[in-house]
Ligand binder design. Structure first.
Ligand SMILES: Cc1ncc(C[n+]2csc(CCOP(=O)(O)OP(=O)(O)O)c2C)c(N)n1
Length: 650
């Protein structure tokens, strides 16, 4: 059965003239044991909520996953798809892409990310088990990871967090083949991986990854433990290939016809390319069919939940917000208006969370050790602890990337909505995982506070200037920069409604005036940008701004009015939504008068809204260490400068 995986991997890579045959051939034995004896899944119900999760963190070995899905009987992973490995429009992309085929739990390829996701999946399992009971939530998360996964920094963050939380249902099969692209791993990698994971609080052991009995015994031991497990499987890359086995040559290139013929002979595999003998196919199908009865038994248990618990479980699986959500947001906006809330948007965000977490038990908050700064912990949220997963607040520690990758895992697991905070400037530390949120369409909410020089004294290392531009450049990510407490509530509502893409809220440290006094409860942020203050008369200039600079634009508008210059102010909390708005709406908002934009960040990207003749007031380099109120004038981001720029355009 393992040789069937090897043959399919060799043949598909050969046919595509591209791909990675070595890892699938090396890990075929361990994967066979996992999928035929341990992994609980049902190819006919790939989204069964209580299935075990399998993550191929070493995504370059994608053919291993595709071959497994094909042989175990996932209907959409046909032999034809394997033959079209890496071709345009196939399900069998170079690296596994969630959504391309059922059974692909998460997108992998950037090494280490899958491992990071798996920690989130294992956290989600524990949280949901604590909430709904182990009769309906009781599954494991299995991972195949490679040397590259364990070399990456993210593996330290992820494994450290998993060990700390004692995620005993997380089991990693580590492909300990001592080979990477440059050659033997000893060129660059000499830490003791087993000792390393033991030091994180994992159980870790070494076995022969080609010995099926040894793999099965190790998996059985791992299932019994009170902590996560790493099983270092000593394997030979491209096992079976006559001259390339055990060498870097087998990592990422087709083996070639001669080598493949030699491998077929060594393995005793006498069938033509892509042909699987019926008896072996039957055995694989039987392995795939193991889960059906288990799933039916689970469905019966689910149905025996009390009606309200069952409805809640199903609502969460459908990613549906609770009834009353929009009313709660409207009430929050109204409360902010009544109180004339002159507060930082991070504080407004905290208030929003105090309300929403009561209504939405699916919200799982956290911060990378900046909880008091990010205002991410709602009043009624309790910490998640190793021995108690009834809380819904994660202390991610100073692990921005680990946090973001775990949140991706929580999001794709389903049943929970993760949000997590850090300073906006450290979005860079999380960026590789934010990119995967965007790529996969994972509905994670990033709460990134201290969003400009306005943060003040911590200085330029902490003051983001290029981050908004960099984040807006990322396809599929919605970047929100609310201007006051009302917009903050609106942006939270938009972020939570959007369950198929990530959102990032850029929030201030400093207090801002309330700008939105409109009486109706329309979510004006929903179209991305809107006229906050219309010109009193034909527009002579349009002032565009986001976040904390919207109030600067409003003051500039008043200064211009004193000179009889008629200006409108447009608040642009979300460029991505504005881009999606109808052309007529955008034209009406932006207008045809000259434009001045103000944002305490670099100009990069603003050209598209400014047109060729617009002016920009913002940052041109890094910030400085001083109180925030001193920095805005120091860098010329003031109502006077905005008004001056407007006058110069007329
Ligand atoms: C973040 C990241 N950096 C680099 C790569 C390119 N890359 C793909 S596999 C690999 C290392 C291969 O070594 P290993 O993980 O041991 O896999 P094996 O050779 O055993 O298949 C590298 C550097 C990547 N996929 N992701």
């Amino acid at each position: 059965m393992a040789d069937a995986l090897r043959a399919l991997a060799m043949d598909a890579v050969e046919q595509a003239k591209s791909g990675h045959p070595g890892m699938p051939m090396g890990m075929a034995d361990a994967a066979t044991v996992l999928f035929t004896q341990f992994l609980r899944f049902d190819p006919l119900a790939p989204d069964w909520p209580d299935r075990d999760r399998f993550v191929l963190s070493a995504g370059h070995g994608s053919m291993l996953l595709y071959a497994l899905l094909h042989l175990t009987g996932y209907p959409d992973m046909t032999l034809d798809e394997l033959k079209r490995f890496r071709q345009l429009g196939s399900r069998t992309a170079g690296h596994p892409e969630r959504g391309h085929a059922s059974g692909i739990e998460t997108t992998t390829g950037p090494l280490g990310q899958g491992l990071g996701n798996s920690v989130g999946m294992a956290i989600a399992e524990r949280l949901l088990a604590a909430e709904f009971g182990e009769a309906v939530v009781d599954h494991r998360t299995y991972v195949i990871a490679s040397d590259g996964d364990l070399m990456e920094g993210i593996s330290h963050e992820a494994a450290s967090l998993a060990g700390h939380l004692g995620l005993n249902k997380l089991i990693v099969l580590y492909d300990d083949n001592s080979i990477s692209i440059d050659g033997p791993t000893e060129l660059a990698f000499s830490d003791d991986r087993v000792m390393r994971f033991q030091a994180y609080g994992w159980a870790a052991e070494r076995i022969d990854g080609h010995d099926h009995q040894a793999v099965a015994d190790a998996l059985r031991r791992a299932q019994q433990r009170d902590r996560p497990s790493l099983i270092a499987c000593r394997t030979t890359i491209a096992f079976g290939a006559p001259t390339k086995a055990g060498t870097a040559a087998a990592h990422g290139a087709p083996l070639g016809a001669v080598e493949i013929a030699g491998a077929r002979e060594r393995l005793g595999w006498s069938y033509p390319p892509f042909v699987i003998p019926e008896n072996i196919r039957q055995e694989w199908r039987a392995a795939g069919a193991r889960g059906e009865a288990v799933r039916h038994a689970w469905e019966a248990r689910l149905q025996s939940l009390p009606a309200d618990r069952l409805a809640e479980f199903l609502r969460r699986q459908r990613s549906e917000l609770p009834s009353g959500f929009d009313t709660a947001i409207a009430r929050l906006c109204n409360d902010f208006q009544q109180a004339n809330a002159k507060i930082a948007t991070r504080q407004a965000s905290g208030t929003v969370l105090d309300t929403l977490t009561k209504l939405m038990p699916e919200l799982v908050g956290g911060s990378a050790d900046l909880t008091p700064s990010n205002n991410t912990k709602a009043r009624d949220q309790n910490d998640v602890r190793r021995d108690d997963f009834s809380g819904h607040y994660l202390r991610y520690g100073v692990r921005e990337l680990g946090m973001a990758a775990a949140m991706n895992g929580i999001a794709v697991h389903r049943g929970l909505i993760p949000y997590g905070g850090t300073f906006l400037t450290f979005s860079d530390y999380a960026r590789p995982a934010i990119r995967l949120s965007a790529f996969m369409g994972a509905g994670v909410v990033y709460v990134m506070t201290h969003d400009s020089i306005g943060l003040g004294e911590d200085g330029p290392t902490h003051q983001p200037v290029e981050h908004l531009a960099a984040l807006r450049a990322m396809p599929g990510l919605y970047v929100y920069r609310p201007a006051d407490a009302v917009e903050t509530a609106e942006c939270w509502a938009l972020a939570l409604h959007r369950r198929d893409a990530p959102s990032l809220l850029a929030l201030t440290r400093q207090a801002l005036p309330l700008l939105r006094h409109d009486a109706d409860s329309e979510n004006r942020s929903a179209r991305g940008a809107y006229v906050l203050a219309e010109a009193e008369g034909p527009r002579q200039v349009t002032l565009l701004a986001t976040g904390s600079e919207v109030s600067i634009a409003m003051a500039a508008r008043e200064a211009l009015a004193r000179d009889k210059i008629v200006a409108a102010v447009v608040s642009m909390p979300c460029w991505e939504l504005f881009e999606q708005a109808p052309q007529e709406y955008r034209d009406a908002v932006i207008g045809s008068a000259p434009r001045v934009a103000v944002e305490a960040a670099v100009q990069f990207g603003w050209e598209r809204w400014l047109g060729p003749h617009g002016a920009f007031i913002g940052m041109t380099g890094f910030g400085a260490s001083a109180p925030g109120e001193a920095l805005f004038p120091h860098f010329g981001i003031t109502p006077e400068k905005v008004a001056e720029a407007a006058r110069s355009l007329l």
